[in-house]
Design a protein around this ligand. Structure first.
Ligand code: SF4
Length: 364
């Protein structure tokens, strides 16, 4: 039998850090690294329990639900090593051009029926420029906006011009999905056809246009724990509003097809560390949830998640929405938002009282 020693001092230190975040403070990078390197299940469960308190303190029992529509599938010019839709790999994933209004309207209607706050139109291409395609995207967004109360979000890749971001805002886009994927250090191992800075530049244009940011990453690609923490701090620095945490589902034919899956406790611990670093953000568990967490899926909320991607992913299946809604009900969680404008993320600072409080500066 392998005996892992439980250090009684860790309980006190986890509580001290958790209490600090709960009262509006923040943890340093070194403290986050200490948390993410906890090894015993006793310590990890302590960490989850504090992450759960922090979630409950800042989010109550509300859970933000999102679903996505693959609005343009496959044949993407980029070489993201995790992606079934890259033209660089043979994966057998579907390929089609930009969708007609009907499938989008159907997805929006389905989302409305299930109380899903937002539906994201996701396109597999490098990015969006001015021209007829932008007109078509804006038309779909306007139709969705007119058709119901579900918020039309989009994820359309790299934006190089402020005008494109402004046009999207004008059409009614409130939130744009653009993951940083991993730490700046690890990013080149996930993609070489565009850079981390291309992604930051896009986010800059979106923020300037007044669009909220949905940005997170993928864990389980071969990155270190340090990379995961650094991603969370990058997301804090850019002021992401929604932080999707995807867990790699290795796709045959991609460079990551043989990656070893992360252990469940490692995934939960990472979510909890994200909650400590990003106490007010919507931390959304997205792709790879069902396949990687299996029976432990409901523990994501105890680990600090406050949002869930429901319905099928871009190229892989999820469990039925009804099952997710039942899971939330069983846990006493409420997915219904009349509107979600992220005003609960407005930060009053860390309590230091300084007008130029750095905590406030990075959160809003
Ligand atoms: S992640 Fe996006 S940009 Fe990268 S290959 Fe897939 S569809 Fe293209």
């Amino acid at each position: 039998m392998i005996v892992k020693l439980v250090d009684a001092n860790n309980h006190g230190r986890i509580s001290e850090l958790g209490g600090r975040v709960l009262s509006g403070g923040q943890i340093s990078r070194d403290e986050a690294l200490w948390l993410i390197n906890l090894e015993t299940s006793a310590d990890i469960l302590d960490l989850l329990s504090w992450a759960n308190r922090i979630r409950e303190h800042f989010k109550g029992n509300k859970i933000h639900l999102c679903s996505i529509v693959n609005a343009k599938a496959g044949a993407c010019s980029e070489n993201c090593s995790f992606c079934a839709q890259s033209s660089h790999y043979q994966t057998g994933a579907p390929k089609y051009g930009f969708v007609d209004p009907e499938p989008v309207a159907e997805a929006a209607e389905e989302a409305n029926k299930n109380g899903v706050t937002a539906v994201g139109l996701v396109a597999a291409w490098k990015g969006l420029n001015e021209g007829p395609m932008l007109d078509e995207v804006c038309a779909r967004v306007r139709e969705m906006k007119a058709g119901g109360k579900t918020r039309p979000d989009v994820s359309l890749g790299i934006i190089k011009s402020q005008k494109v971001a402004d046009r999207l805002k004008e059409a009614g886009v409130e939130c744009y999905g653009h993951n940083l994927e991993s730490s700046r250090r690890f990013f080149p191992q996930t993609c070489t056809t565009h850079t981390f800075d291309d992604r930051l530049e896009t986010i800059g244009h979106l923020k300037k246009a007044g669009i909220k940011i949905c940005s997170g990453g993928i864990i389980g690609m071969g990155e270190t724990r340090e990379d995961r923490c650094d991603l969370a701090f990058e997301l804090k620095a850019i002021g992401a509003n929604v932080v999707p945490v995807n867990i790699l589902n290795p796709i045959p034919g991609t460079p990551f097809e043989k990656n070893t899956p992360l252990p469940v406790m490692e995934i939960l611990k990472t979510i909890a560390c994200f909650r400590f670093i990003l106490p007010r953000q919507e931390i959304m568990i997205a792709g790879g949830r069902t396949v990687n967490l299996r029976d432990a899926q409901s523990m994501i909320f105890m680990a600090g998640a406050s949002a869930l991607m429901v319905g099928n992913y871009l190229t892989t299946l999820n469990q039925p929405v009804e099952k997710d809604l039942q899971m939330l009900k069983d846990l006493g969680l409420d997915p219904n938002w009349d509107s979600h404008d992220f005003s609960d993320q407005e930060e009053a600072g860390c309590g230091c009282g300084k007008e130029n409080c750095e905590t406030k500066a990075v959160m809003v």
